[in-house]
Design a protein around this ligand. Sequence first.
Ligand code: ATP
Length: 148
Amino acid sequence: MEQTFIMIKPDGVQRGLVGEIIGRFEKKGFSLKGLKLVSVDRPFAEKHYADLSAKPFFSGLVDYIISGPVVAMVWEGKGVVTTGRKIIGATNPAESAPGTIRGDFAIDIGRNVIHGSDSVTSATKEIALWFPEGIVSWQSSAHSWIYE
Ligand SMILES: Nc1ncnc2c1ncn2[C@@H]1O[C@H](COP(=O)(O)OP(=O)(O)OP(=O)(O)O)[C@@H](O)[C@H]1O
């Protein structure tokens, strides 16, 4: 089934939002397949955000991501990439709808709490980058109560 890479950024960890964010994905019915608290170094953060290297905010973005530990996760479920982005909300919290994670918990674009893969292709790349050791293979006993 489809998988996505979700990262709670350093502000989300520092602000104690880890449980709240995991709860939103869990309650939706998605399955947690990988989870770790990690501090990444500059070369790793630059690799994760390589597509944005020409942007004027790139070095500030890398400084932000390496400023403290992040929670790296893999979530699985039908349509999880697109639905995950909807749960997260628009990139700029000023435009994120209330009820989304960024709409509820963030104000500035450079402190927007969470990252989610923007396509299945990016998800595959990001999961390989963040979880070279692999992820956990299991199926929730609630599966048949979530999927018809
Ligand atoms: N104009 C900006 N100023 C400062 N930071 C920005 C700006 N635009 C984007 N960012 C930061 O770079 C991240 C990556 O930007 P991108 O355009 O890929 O948005 P996104 O896909 O919604 O975010 P993410 O990749 O973190 O899920 C944003 O989440 C935000 O933290």
